[in-house]
Design a protein around this ligand. Sequence first.
Ligand code: SME
Length: 193
Amino acid sequence: MTGMMMSCLAPNPQGLWRPGPFDAMAAGMKGVGKFGEVMAGEKGKVSYDDVAARLQKIIHSGSQRKAITDFVCRELRKIPHYTWVGIYGVEGPELVLRSWSGPSATQHARIPIGQGICGAAVSEKATVIVPDVNDDPRYLQCFINTRAEIVVPILRGDAPIAEIDIDSDQPNAFGPTDKEFLEWVASDLAGIL
Ligand code: SME
């Protein structure tokens, strides 16, 4: 990732979305069309930038926090390789599931910060990408079909206050576009959580 690309992706001081960068990044990826739309089965074509624009609108809508996090999970799950999307809040020594969207509920509604991929992202204050969950001893299983996972902490200053957790049924599902895109979502959400 070049410095130029990073500055291009950061939200501007007003937190306003500047369209274009995620689809441009995604355009070279396997399974991604000319305009950045992701070719998919039942979820159809989805543009990262279209999702980002809708997320920005709701995040800055002044709606209640739970309504916003519910919407964010539903909206993110439109991206074809995002099979299950959850937002956990940091509450003392635990992560507590606040919103989720996916085919089924997880039994891990509360996770001690010392455990799982979810705990690792908060402890490290950094995004964790697991290309194959079967190869990672930290992994806490939620769904039998999950093959890959990405967890992105939501930081206020230096303090983790929440995180976005996404499971995919595809191995090696998450790349640099997902990381940059979700870190942008996390930084925008940090302002309202
Ligand atoms: N797999 C996570 C637990 C949460 S579920 O994916 C919803 C982990 O290892 O922390």
